[in-house]
Design a protein around this ligand. Structure first.
Ligand SMILES: C[S@@+](CC[C@H](N)C(=O)[O-])C[C@H]1O[C@@H](n2cnc3c(N)ncnc32)[C@H](O)[C@@H]1O
Length: 298
């Protein structure tokens, strides 16, 4: 099997992930390149803890007893394990909102990264999970992990634009974006989720969004956009684009207070990437929110 590098449009024989040919924009080429080259310790060392590789942030209180003394030689290892526990806790909360999922159901992970959430979804529900990412490296990584775990017949990542997926209309019992909706136009995104979801199916997103109550995106939000080459949307845009695409919010949960401990702990760690201050300041000044929205496809 060959995979194709979306950033160049050329096929490679090194990868193993099927390529679904779709029109791509120059911006999507930039994003494919970004994630193909991404190898930050804050993602990889955390994934190494138990083999669940995430590219998202954490929620929940820090377990200071588990961390122990900062002077202890094992402190760094414990810190990494704690940050990873919080990022997996985030994925568990997303899965909690998918509703009743059976073994015969299919789930779609839009912007699946290295596949950590897909593996967790399969382990919880026993169902099939189809993921798409722009990055051939990520898809290969996720498929390799699925083979290592012996679940490759249930968990599969493909190199594909989430705005134009190969899934059949009404095929998915549930679908989600875990920190991947800030790379696309929300109307295009929700139109595709709405097509792929069965009527009565569930859509869930966890995302950072700018808060309309603040007025406009703050300087911190602009800094986060520049850092990740993304385009953070407002809370209002999410709700409007859902309403326009037959997605009716069932729960809107502000996870901002729950994610601050993760950021404050990460800011003290040797894994800092330089963006921690922007997240902490924007969450604290109210210009940015970490939100979960679960919506019914009607
Ligand atoms: C911050 S990572 C999140 C990864 C994963 N959801 C997680 O929680 O670990 C963003 C992901 O969105 C994907 N992405 C961005 N734009 C995309 C698009 N148009 N189609 C498919 N994937 C996209 C990237 O390739 C990357 O895998």
């Amino acid at each position: 099997m060959t995979s194709t590098d979306l950033s160049t449009g050329t096929g490679t024989s090194a990868g193993t992930s099927p390529f679904i040919p779709t029109p791509t924009t120059p911006y999507q080429g930039d994003i494919a390149r970004y994630w193909d080259h991404e190898a930050r310790p804050v993602n990889l060392r955390l994934g190494d803890v138990d083999g669940l590789y995430h590219h998202h942030y954490g929620i929940g209180d820090v377990d200071h007893a588990a961390l122990g003394d900062t002077e202890d030689s094992a402190y760094e290892k414990k810190l990494i394990a704690e940050l990873h526990r919080l990022e997996s806790a985030q994925a568990e909360v997303l899965l909690d909102h998918l509703g009743a999922i059976g073994r015969d159901d299919t789930l779609v992970d839009a912007g699946c990264g290295r596949g950590g959430s897909m593996v967790m979804a399969h382990q919880r529900f026993g169902c099939k999970v189809e993921g798409v990412t722009l990055s051939a490296k990520q898809a290969d990584f996720a498929n390799r992990r699925a083979r290592e775990l012996g679940i490759e017949d249930h968990v599969r990542a493909r190199v594909c634009n989430m705005l134009s997926t190969p899934f059949e209309t009404g095929q998915a019992a549930a679908s989600w974006n875990n920190e991947s909706s800030m790379y696309v136009d929300l109307h295009d995104l929700f139109s595709e989720h709405s097509r792929v979801l069965a009527v009565g199916g569930r859509y869930v997103t966890i995302t950072g969004c700018w808060n309309p109550r603040y007025g406009q995106p703050s300087k911190w939000v602009s800094q986060i956009n520049a850092h990740f080459e993304c385009n953070i949307h407002s809370r209002r845009e999410y709700l409007r684009a859902m309403a326009d695409n037959r997605l009716v919010p069932q729960a809107v949960i502000d996870l901002t207070p729950a994610t601050l401990p993760y950021w404050e702990l990460r800011a003290t760690s040797p894994l800092v990437t330089g963006i921690e201050e922007a997240f902490i300041n924007s969450y604290k000044d109210g210009s940015f929110q970490y939100l979960l929205i679960a919506a019914d496809r009607i």
